[in-house]
Ligand binder design. Structure first.
Ligand SMILES: *Cc1c(COP(=O)(O)O)cnc(C)c1O
Length: 370
């Protein structure tokens, strides 16, 4: 029996259901399923939300990353910095454009990249830094922006997990050359299927991405460049527009749950990932680091508490990326053994947080006795 689920998507959908039903009906009647006003409206709202001039709706977050790299002309012979602790899609996009992912280690407390860790890995071939705002917290994007500008390389944020987060008051998505979002259903701003977006202030880059994502079109029958098909559907756009209005409230609820977890877990062996003073995270995942992670996970499962691991194998050690695993990355490798993602979603009840905390605490005292 599940006492505390990992995620509750239907509860989020229920809040927007009347608006979505109305909007879906309008699109079904209009027949405008790809692009059109619904997509333009969402793109405008999301650009404003991210403090950017342009947003381009695309098929998913992985395509968003690949399209930005393609639009920047990054490919064979270029190196792109990628944190070892991320979802494989970040590195996948680099490999798919023919460039070389250069994996770097992460900070042991936040599990994010830092400007210092990036500097050590720059070479004359480095064309871009893919900074991942993992778990809902941005790394030091001010420092990374300064570094990339000084070196004349692109800073691209993988903001798949950080819709609404800020660093120094600036929104995730507003830093560097461009930022890439995923609206995979489980993300903080999730679609009813696959969807993604790129945001940028560079009008020319935005045009190129829009064209690349639409078969390299300039006009309907004019194909200037080889592109792909990665467009945002109108049904997804209206679903996302409805959810965007709720996002700040939902993120605030996540932060309240995170604060309760932090207070409750303080006397246990499970240590939540650290938050930088400049950061306002949106807690996509409530990750703790703990010894004996697998046993704890099993104990929690027995109590009906669902957990996850993000991610069990660091990117450079997954078979697909073995060719680019050029050196050990000890922090990411050790963290992969110790990270556990606890239940986290806006509609989580206070009692459910307390039940998880009690279960973690009980296990520690048992260990102490043994
Ligand atoms: C989800 C995710 C992606 C990929 O997004 P999709 O929409 O699933 O393609 C990329 N990077 C990170 C960090 C993610 O969490």
């Amino acid at each position: 029996m599940t006492n505390v689920p990992f995620l509750d998507l239907p509860a989020m959908t229920a809040e927007i259901r009347p608006a979505v039903d109305r909007a879906f009906a309008g699109i079904l009647d209009s027949g405008a399923f790809i692009g059109g006003q619904a997509v333009a409206d969402f793109e405008a709202a999301f650009a404003t939300y991210c403090q950017r001039q342009h947003a381009i709706g695309v098929g998913n977050g992985t395509d968003a990353l690949q399209l930005v790299l393609m639009a920047l002309g990054i490919g064979r012979g270029d190196e792109v910095i990628v944190p070892a602790n991320t979802f494989v899609a970040t590195a996948e996009a680099v490999a798919l454009v023919g460039a070389t992912p250069v994996f770097v280690d992460v900070d042991p407390d936040t599990l994010l990249v830092t400007p210092d860790l990036v500097v050590e890995s720059l070479t004359h071939r480095t064309a871009a830094v893919l900074a991942v705002s993992l778990y809902g917290q941005t790394p030091d994007l001010v420092g990374l922006e300064r570094l990339c500008r000084a070196r004349g390389i692109a800073l691209v944020e993988d903001a798949a997990q950080s819709q609404g987060a800020t660093w120094g008051g600036r929104r995730s998505g507003s830093f560097g050359t461009a930022a890439c979002f995923s609206f995979y259903p489980g993300k903080n701003l999730g679609a009813a299927g696959d969807a993604g977006a790129v945001v940028t202030d560079d009008a020319e880059l935005a045009d190129r991405i829009r064209s690349l994502a639409n078969h390299g079109r300039t006009t309907h029958h004019q194909h200037e460049i080889v592109g792909l098909n990665s467009r945002l559907d109108a049904l997804q756009a209206v679903f996302l527009s409805a959810k965007l209005e709720r996002l700040d409230d939902w993120n605030a609820a996540r932060r309240r749950h995170a604060a309760r977890y932090r207070a409750g877990l303080a006397s246990t062996a499970a240590v939540p990932v650290a938050t930088a003073p400049q950061a306002t995270p949106v807690v996509h995942l409530q990750v703790v680091q703990v010894d004996g992670r697998d046993e704890l996970r099993e104990d929690l499962a027995q109590l009906g508490i669902q957990t996850g691991i993000h991610y069990p194998v660091p990117c450079h050690l997954t078979p697909a990326f073995a060719a680019w695993a050029t050196r050990p990355l000890p922090v990411a490798e050790r963290a992969a053994q110790r990270i556990l993602s606890l239940p986290m979603f806006p509609h989580l009840a206070t009692e459910q947080v307390d039940r998880v905390v009690e279960a973690v605490a009980a296990r520690r005292s048992l260990q102490a006795i043994a």
